[in-house]
Design a protein around this ligand. Structure first.
Ligand code: UDP
Length: 253
């Protein structure tokens, strides 16, 4: 079957879905870091992120968080609702790590006084700059009401995911979310979009503080594939065929 490729990102390809208003998200093994300066392949990542994101989106839907997720189609693809992506990355942080440590001169691992929500403008050319509510509303990327809803959803998602991950021995250090707008009978609904996976979350083992996320790739720590597998295993979504069954269907143009 030939289908129209809508967009190719760093870790995913989007195709036109089988029905209007749907999109197929294909998860690649490609990995990038530091705004594309570092590139590589994490074998099996696409298969695992497809499962992990499916699992987390379904659990979030159960507690009433609207998401774009419809259903998983196969090893590397999931069907999602077509939304208008809001050009913001919402980062929620519980523990200081990554760019936050640099910005505030903090030691990695320091617990924050409370969960902190940050907004970044989604723009690769500019390297996703940190922006404030002022920039967002002045430039019209969102409005105060919508932004408040995004903020509240971010905190709810954080609370829920912290508990969920803690239940499988993982600390949710920080993570990135993206939201989209969905129109239905003249009404606009805000929905969680993109993916939630070890590409977009920092996850540390509760006992050892071992990093089980993309930082293993970013910082050349080794055991990258194993870390993604471990997260999938703990969540109970490691494909039975295991890491051998990772090739999946070929990306069709
Ligand atoms: N993150 C992401 N995509 C981005 C930037 C950040 O998924 O383009 C995630 C990242 O995995 C981490 C959190 O958002 O869980 C905070 O990242 P940070 O701002 O510390 O940037 P980094 O150190 O990853 O460059």
């Amino acid at each position: 079957m030939r289908r129209k490729r809508i967009y190719e990102g760093k870790a995913k390809v989007l195709f036109e879905g089988p029905e209007p208003g749907t999109i197929v998200q294909y998860f690649k093994d490609d990995a990038t870091a530091f705004n594309n300066q570092k590139q590589g392949v994490i074998t099996g990542k696409g298969v695992l992120n497809n499962r992990i994101s499916e699992y987390l989106m379904l659990r979030l839907a159960e507690i009433g968080i609207p998401t774009h997720f419809v259903r998983r189609l196969n090893m590397r693809e999931q069907l999602v609702r077509e939304v208008e992506i809001i050009p913001l990355e919402l980062v929620v942080r519980n523990v200081a790590a990554g760019s936050f440590c640099k910005r505030f001169g903090m030691e990695e691992g320091a617990t924050l006084p409370r969960s902190i929500v940050e907004y970044y403008f989604k723009n690769d050319e500019l390297g996703d700059p940190l922006v404030s509510e002022e920039h967002i509303t002045a430039f019209g990327w969102s409005n105060p009401r919508e932004l408040d809803e995004i903020f509240q959803l971010g905190l709810r998602i954080n609370d829920f995911l912290c508990g969920l991950f803690l239940g499988v021995g993982l600390r949710l250090i920080d993570f990135k979310l993206e939201f989209g707008r969905l129109w239905e009978n003249e009404e606009m609904q805000l929905v969680l979009a993109d993916e939630i996976s070890p590409d977009s979350c920092r996850l540390w083992d509760v006992e050892t503080n071992e990093k089980l996320d993309k930082d293993r790739f970013r910082r050349d720590l080794g055991g990258v594939e194993e870390a993604y597998q471990e997260v999938a295993r703990r969540l109970g979504v490691l494909p039975e065929a295991g890491p051998i069954d990772i090739k999946g269907p070929k990306v069709l143009q």
